[in-house]
Write a protein of this length. Sequence first.
Length: 594
Amino acid sequence: MRQFTKIVISLVFAGWVIACGKSDDEITLDPNLEIPENPVTPNYLNVSLVTDKAAYAPGSIVVFTIDNSKLPGSAQVRYKYLDEIIDETSISGSSWNWQTPTIDFRGYAVEVYSRSGEVETIYATVGVDVSSDWTRFPRYGFLSRFSQLTDAQMDAVIDNLAKYHINGLQFYDWQNKHHMPLPVEQGVPAGSWKDIINRDISFSTVESYIEKAKSRNIKTMFYNLVYGAWGEAEADGVQKEWYVFTDNGHRNRDFHPLSSPFLSNIYLLDPSNTDWQQYIADENQTVYQFLDFDGYHMDQLGDRGTRYKYDGSVLDLSQTYKPFIEAMKAGQPSKNIVMNAVNQYGQKGIAQSSADFLYTEVWSPNDTYNDLSYIIQQNNTYSNNTKNTVLAAYMNYNLANNQGYFNTPAVLMTDAVIFAFGGSHLELGEHMLGKEYFPNSNLQMKADLMAALPDYYDFLVAYQNLLRDGGIFNMATVTSVDGKMKIANWPASQGEVATVCKKVDNRQVVHLINFTDSKSQQWRDNDGNQASPTLIKDAPLSVASAQTVKKVWVASPDIIGGASRALDFFQSNDRVVFTLPELKYWTTIVLEFE
């Protein structure tokens, strides 16, 4: 029987009344209540444990590899769906197999551990995504360098991305001309070509990266604008009537200006023009003929203001993306499609199209953590909760002008917010992303970020059915019993712990995100000033619940590798009281109902 610690509470809570949503309820409890005390937190060694692929088909085999030099002979492995152990066995050696369940679209947590008396030691954890379609839970990365590379160089990149369970890759600026992405002469693709900034691109590198990604069950998407053409495009068959103009007399073509070393400005074409659609669809068919891409990552340049067609009529570019997407899907129905909605421009139409998931490149004025949450929830609304979101949100933007390091607290806090609201973050490729020009690699990860970030992606995978698989954001009144935590409802506020609540099936999910020591609510943290939050330990909490609770458990990517733990609790007068073991950046509490 676990011990209970008696904490005397004044007549009214010293804590802060909270709702995930708005509530003005006044909270009082028995001043002599006894707060459940948790068992000792397991030891955690953070031993390297990896899977052979980024994701798995239902019923397929996972191959695990672990550094077993620190494992005792009594080491065991358990497989969890949420907090339920579904399988468990002893392990020996550095590698073993596990056949995944046949249920589709589930995430699992795998924990290697040993027990001595009442104390556990967790040696390693990893997440496993069992999904037949990667776009259900997209974890999107990128590639941006395609010069002549060795197998070892490419293997190192793909191995690293697989460690983060990246299941889709955007091949950024792999192409030659935007209107003619793959140069082909006499029926044979060129061995190399120049991209728009005059970099060398190797066909064999692009081809090899596709093959290596597929071997790890990582899908590949070729990047291109939906309406881009180089200056000499008319010589290649692009017609003047297809362009976008800044005047109603078709005298001035709209273009994105680029100076040396760029090889051309980028001129815009009308995505709703059916002749242009057919032209670029034919070019895409050439790409698919010679390169086994899984789909097309479409880009745009955001709101251009008032623009015109050749005939002088006003062109609303935001309304052209859905018909363009449908035309591309009709031409290649087996291929995936995703389109960048720059700061949400055109996103409503994109969400209602055949795009497989939603992607937003975030720019000012969407500068706060609250803005990130709003974009994800807006995308949920636009798609009727049928498509998950990836955010291209570039961290430490000003710092990335020069050589240096990412601010670890900024990255982890931003990921905590994005993941808690059900999104994922485009940030990982050959390097971490700090600019919209993906080859920019000025900033590197410090050792603490390199150690922490895999746990965040394991967490995103292991608990994807709570984070990204439906549910309804709701109100759940949460109170700090002893005042250790200043808790506030979302939207987030500086100096407080923010709550994000969601009802998922028969579970109430409560995310706690710790802004207690934050320097700013600006997620991008342009100059790298965000501060690490102070660890909060053993904080008694109360959560209102009219339903009978059968179990309370917690998990955090910051603590013991994201492993879940059941908590002692008691329920009285529609209040569930328990002790939160730890909160660093982000802890998730789950109440399961009878």
